[in-house]
Design a protein around this ligand. Structure first.
Ligand code: DX5
Ligand code: ZN
Length: 217
């Protein structure tokens, strides 16, 4: 089953809950919340208090994408703020701290994901794969919405799907960056089942139609 996860990075923050309700009513399964610290990526977005407030305002599934240095310091806070799934970057911590962060999220009773930047090879996931609920492949350099899809990441999506089929078939495979109704088809064909889209959905007149188009392309 394909799940759509609209990224609120491209929403109007002054109208945030209206935008969220619109994508919920448009059929989106997840809500993608991008957290940036200005160090791991060259941009700053939102953090724990926003997740906490939104948790009181909607029952959507919170797909929290941490683009922060040394995420093990903060994963518990995001779980307690109301994340349903906490995904952080493999490149952002030492292997032991990545393991600890995965365990912390699971101890909190939440789902856990690991993300790879475009230059990070699929094989780096191997030690963590059996413990994961989701793998997130970035198809742009993380930091900004509205960038162009990197087609050279498709072979990595295929390779990860093959690894998951062997070691952890229940694990979801999410793609983030430059997804629209054309690139979504390629990602699904490569084996992805969760599609993040920021600009394509939130900058559109008819957001419901775009969610439908991304799902059914
Ligand atoms: C980028 C973020 C993405 C971003 C995607 O660093 O992780 O979630 O919002 O935006 P689009 O869909 O516009 O590429
Ligand atoms: Zn993201």
């Amino acid at each position: 089953m394909i799940k759509i996860s609209p990224s609120i990075l491209s929403a109007d923050f002054a109208e945030l809950i209206c935008d969220i309700n619109e994508v919920k009513n448009g059929g989106a399964e997840y809500l993608h919340i991008d957290v940036m610290d200005g160090t791991f990526v060259p941009n700053i977005s939102i953090g724990i208090p926003v997740v906490k407030s939104l948790r009181r305002a909607t029952d959507m599934f919170f797909d929290v994408h941490l683009m922060i240095d040394r995420p093990h310091r903060f994963v518990r806070d995001f779980c307690e703020a109301g994340a349903d799934l906490v995904t952080f970057h493999l490149e952002a911590d030492q292997p032991q701290d990545i393991m600890d962060a995965i365990k912390t999220v699971k101890d909190c009773g939440k789902k856990v994901g690991l993300s790879l930047k475009p230059k990070t090879p699929a094989e780096t996931l191997v030690p963590y794969l059996p413990m994961l609920d989701l793998v997130l492949v970035m198809t742009v350099e993380p930091g900004f919405g509205g960038q162009s899809f990197m087609y050279d990441q498709l072979s990595k999506i295929t390779a990860i799907r093959e690894m998951l089929d062997i070691t952890n078939p229940a694990c979801e495979l999410e793609v983030d960056g430059g997804i629209d109704s054309v690139t979504s088809r390629l990602c699904k064909d490569a084996g992805a089942n969760v599609l993040v889209a920021g600009n394509a959905i939130f900058k559109a007149e008819d957001r419901k139609a775009v969610i439908y188009a991304i799902r059914n392309s």
